[in-house]
Design a protein around this ligand. Sequence first.
Ligand code: PLP
Length: 472
Amino acid sequence: MSENRNQLRELPSVDRLLHHPTLRALRDRCPPVLLKEAVQDAVAERRHRILAGAAPLPAAELAEDGLAEDAARRALARLAANLRPVINATGTLLHTNLGRAPLAETALAAITATARGYSNLELDLESGARGHRHDHVEELLCRLSGAEAAAVVNNNAGAVYLALAALAQGKEGIVSRGELVEIGGAFRVPEVMAASGVRLVEVGATNKTHLRDYEQAIGEHTGLLMKVHTSNYRILGFTAQVSGAELAELGRKRGIPVMEDLGSGMLFDLSDYGLPREPTVAEAVAAGIDVVTFSGDKLLGGPQAGIILGRRALIEKIRKHPMARALRMDKLTLAALEATLRLYLDPARALREVPVLAMLAASGEELRARSESFMARARQLLGDAAGMEVMPAPGTVGGGALPLTELPGFALALSPRACSLDQLAARLRRQTPPVLCRIHEERLLFNLRTVRPDEEDALLDALRLALTTAHE
Ligand SMILES: *Cc1c(COP(=O)(O)O)cnc(C)c1O
């Protein structure tokens, strides 16, 4: 034991190590405070092992070169960003945990151009007078939806909250019991209503709600009729819900605004492209709904945003509500949203260039061919240690959209022999960039629907590294 204590004295000091060439070489890149912590950690780790171990450490473990290498590794790990790109090989297009929609190239360019300098964010260049940030996308949104006016906020949860508060604070909002949605996290229709100061009046039953249920619930305190798209579940079987058009007509007759939370908010009908039907924004507007809200980063494929469309007088009220400032969209999001919406002016271009739409439209055959050529490369690099095969594997939309839709597709499947599936998945998450995949029926599935072709090399590299460490 005293021998161990003697070893403590042999450990180089932190200051001495900081002058080691390996660590001096990092000075340009690594802030001094992180470098010092890294060295302290490396030394502390040796000290701990000396004191805890029965026998002294091998001399090599105390050598300065080795300690400096270890400290450099720790410093570089501290230097890496916490929020970093990952490869999504899950086949789920809109994964809230993975940041939902990847952006189109034109949106990325717009972000960079706007971020680098100043912009006319709230300035009317014609008159030189103050402008509104909403104006940059209002005309586009109206053109794409047929609405009179538009406002944009931070996300759809904010849009719903703000619209409720502006239209019906202190009054009652009537919602069908079949539409009391929970989105995940803290977003639940009853709770958002309560937070915005609207008293929820539930009508109908879980599976059936009729127009007369709304009619009978309308009273002197009614401030709003609300429809919520059941974006992440379906009620099937013996069911009835009131259509947007019927509800809009009832609202018009009784002088009560009608709002619809569409959730995902498609701008054009996907069934034209062989995909399942989602209600479109234009349909809701045409049905006569007064205020429609939806997300920017679900099937729209843009940045995180909440979009509010509808009748001008109501949109004005929403824009003027005191909470509008707290929920306002920032300029980089606005730049990305405008660029994304511009692509929709030509639906064929949107389908090619908005990544979510392009991934959604990829056919099963395309994915099979891509998976097979990827597998051929992987076999060449890795041999057949991992029992590779290409097998049918559906993709999903995710992010609370099209819950019942399975996108036909194929995936590369691995059944590694040297380690468990969980171990390999964990190793893949620790690569640079991290790789996320799915475990299904004793296999690890890599679905290329959500992997960009230019990410394939990095995916292959991550696989190689994760499988080689698996053999150690
Ligand atoms: C996703 C969703 C929301 C929340 O939208 P965010 O943009 O995530 O804030 C609200 N309502 C419905 C119906 C949704 O599907």
